[in-house]
Design a protein around this ligand. Sequence first.
Ligand SMILES: NC(=O)c1ccc[n+]([C@@H]2O[C@H](COP(=O)([O-])OP(=O)(O)OC[C@H]3O[C@@H](n4cnc5c(N)ncnc54)[C@H](O)[C@@H]3O)[C@@H](O)[C@H]2O)c1
Ligand SMILES: [Zn+2]
Length: 339
Amino acid sequence: MKHIKYKFSNSSTDFYFAYGISHLKEVTDPKATVLITDENIFRAHNKRFKGWNTIVLKPGEEFKVQATVDSVIEQLIGLEADRKTTLVGIGGGVITDITGYVASVYMRGLRFGFIPTSLLALVDASIGGKNGIDVGVYKNMVGIIRQPSFILHDMIFLNTLPQREWENGFAEIIKHACIKDAAMFRELESMSLKKYQKNKTAICQLVQRNATIKAKVVQQDEFEKNERRLLNFGHTLGHALENQYDLMHGQAVSIGMTYACHISEQLAGFKQVGKVVKVLEQYQLPTYTSFDKQKAFEVLKMDKKRERKEMNYVLLEKIGKGVVKSIPLIELEKIISSL
Ligand SMILES: NC(=O)c1ccc[n+]([C@@H]2O[C@H](COP(=O)([O-])OP(=O)(O)OC[C@H]3O[C@@H](n4cnc5c(N)ncnc54)[C@H](O)[C@@H]3O)[C@@H](O)[C@H]2O)c1
Ligand SMILES: [Zn+2]
């Protein structure tokens, strides 16, 4: 158990690493709290929700949309939630994104916190305060940056996480290693999904290490002017493919990282493409895939990292060192069509 407070520009988040859901009542008053989760998690862990007001949503990315937000708001009105209510999202990235977004707009803003239950949410989605929803094929098109008051880890939830969701989470872990942490990359090379799943201490340490990497990057640049952009490694092309081809987020990011490595080879002198691809495959993630280049580019150019006629693309100089390069759209179109 470890408690760390990270301060951001005008708020802070208490991290409770490896605490357990039983600690939630110390952090928020059950009488003034509404939990938000999805059907899969509620079904697998229903005893753990006893005694708490809970809104249960349908699982899946297709429900990370405005219609779900409206339905949560109607249920909050039904529960007479007011400005003193705390919302707690217990789930994967879809649930944490929706909860953070609803909490930011309901009555102009409530306190909120998360208990991330997927690997991806533990190491990434729950951290950093970006909360939003999709609009059609455009991922996270609408949203807000607002930090949760607390993030509590209960590793027991991982016991019921489906195998493909483990793989999904490793994409973001490999991403962190590529942009920031060469030593962690070496650890990943020497380990495997199975070894981490069997070794509770190793997975606990890996989760904390990754949560810390993300929290520190966000701390340096909460509103994504510089450093935080690095976290988009693999995401520009990844997002363009994710909803178009109905991929899991981690799969899309893995394909995006593969091609970003090749673009890095062309534009940043990167020489370790093979190593990155090998680790992605070691964790059962997809790498080279055929896709409609023109269609992908059409979606990609609407990405939030675009600034007029240039795209801020995250590349690698070497493993452990990500850089942001501004690529003119005309050049990027050529590069993408030649991939
Ligand atoms: N806000 C951010 O900074 C940020 C960062 C990364 C990703 N995201 C978002 O996160 C989402 C992806 O997150 P995700 O992969 O966690 O998706 P998810 O919330 O859809 O969860 C994946 C699946 O696993 C199930 N699940 C989760 N935890 C479980 C558990 N402990 N036991 C059994 N089943 C469980 C869910 O019901 C769901 O079916 C995407 O929408 C992505 O855009 C946001
Ligand atoms: Zn991601």
